[in-house]
Write a protein that binds this ligand. Sequence first.
Ligand code: FPP
Length: 250
Amino acid sequence: MTAAKLPRHLAIIMDGNGRWAELRRRDRTFGHLKGARVAKEMIEHCAQIGIEYLTLYAFSSENWLRPRTEVTFLMKLLGRHLRKERRTLMKNNIRFSVIGDIERLPGAVLEEVSLTIEETRINTGMNLVFALSYGGRQEITAAVRNIARAVAAGEIQPEEIDESMIAANLQSSFLPDPDLIIRTSGEYRLSNFLLWQAAYSELCITKTLWPDFSLDELTQTLQQFTSRERRFGRTAEQVRQGPTSQQAMV
Ligand code: FPP
């Protein structure tokens, strides 16, 4: 598959770790451990095949409501994973960043996050983004609050607010919209993930639980994506005539 046909931005909702473990009569944490191993494999593979942006939904705003022991385990896993994998990121020329309310993370995890961002800043290959303590509604609310402040300060008029201004005020404004969102474990919902940015994303839902998601299935999914026609609200004929000037700029 050529890089030109790959999604520029691939986003993944890694779901099903708990069920995977429960099916094996193991603790849910066992599923998260296997899930982290699969995430590592996907990250390296995506970097190697030329994906420009990979966003992983690693911990949602709502995940804070899980039992304390599970939250503590996930936080420790995340911190350890980042510490261990910084070398892998450097080796693969991957630049790391995060979206979400990271101030809520325990200090030790926040430190690993900051170190990883700092150390990988010089890399020029794939951009890996962890959505951590992330919620799409919270992100949009924060953007609206910023814009409201600018209006209250008389810096802008309400009539000047448009889609590009909202997008520019999102924490994820450095990311292009995701071209493809994959969700594992067969649930048909976005669960507060990239709500604004997903307006025209292709969605792929697979029944496979995240710990069983394989490079083969990723390859098949990417192949399916290349065969879908993305119309962005236009007709098939208009699409055949080429991109609009607006799309050509993106
Ligand atoms: C969903 O499984 C997954 C999460 C809560 C977070 C994803 C976390 C990982 C893959 C492990 C850590 C990741 C990295 C990148 C270090 P679930 O518990 O919601 O599964 P369930 O729906 O079957 O309960």
